[in-house]
Design a protein around this ligand. Structure first.
Ligand SMILES: C[S@@+](CC[C@H](N)C(=O)[O-])C[C@H]1O[C@@H](n2cnc3c(N)ncnc32)[C@H](O)[C@@H]1O
Length: 186
């Protein structure tokens, strides 16, 4: 069956806050998740339903805003980025979107230095969108941080083969929006 590209391209209309986050990303040269991918992140966070989420790669907050909108209303998004300047923009937009500061834990640093400091086995969902060269190491960290039944979502396929080839995960490719790989922690 043919896919209706008009529908997939224009179905998700972002509000002013998301448009601002997207505009700032363009200004600083980042490519945030697409509208379709953002909506999928919100859906997966809501289906979980996710209370504790880790995001690797805050950027200017596009994916974080979508995740926060899907998560439980008492949930906390821990988001990591090496660039404090991007995170300052994201923090302002999270606040403007109405999320109290207690809903976000914004950590500036290299993901591979921050992830070992997070608690094992307590997270419901981890979204990976940082340095693609480090994808496999992020997946390994996700295996430690997620509770059983928790969900890892990779933007793109970097690190995905380690998910496929390990008995720890039940993976699936989601060829929607930017293309994601998701896997349940067994
Ligand atoms: C594609 S952008 C993230 C976009 C964001 N997820 C969104 O959709 O709005 C990738 C981000 O990863 C960050 N990054 C790159 N290398 C990193 C590292 N080693 N540790 C943490 N963050 C890193 C960059 O600063 C950048 O903000």
């Amino acid at each position: 069956m043919a896919i209706d590209t008009d529908l997939t391209g224009s179905f998700h209309q972002e509000d002013l806050i998301l448009q601002t986050a997207r505009g700032l990303a363009a200004e600083v040269g980042l490519t945030p998740v697409s509208e379709a991918t953002g909506a999928l992140l919100a859906l997966l966070a809501a289906a979980s339903p996710a209370k504790s989420v880790v995001e690797i790669g805050t950027g200017t907050g596009v994916s974080g805003l979508w995740l926060l909108r899907g998560m439980r209303s008492d949930g906390v998004l821990t988001t990591i980025d090496i660039e404090g300047e991007y995170q300052r923009m994201a923090r302002r937009l999270f606040t403007e979107a109405g999320f109290p500061s207690a809903r976000t834990r914004i950590i500036t640093g290299r993901a591979l230095e921050v992830l070992p400091r997070l608690s094992d086995g307590i997270y419901d969902l981890i979204f990976i969108d940082g340095d693609r060269a480090e994808g496999e190491s992020y997946v390994e960290a996700a295996g430690r941080l997620l509770r059983k039944g928790g969900l890892v979502i990779l933007r793109g396929t970097h690190g995905a083969t380690s998910i496929r080839d390990s008995g720890l995960w039940a993976p699936a490719v989601i060829p929607s929006g930017d293309g994601l790989v998701a896997a349940i922690r067994l």
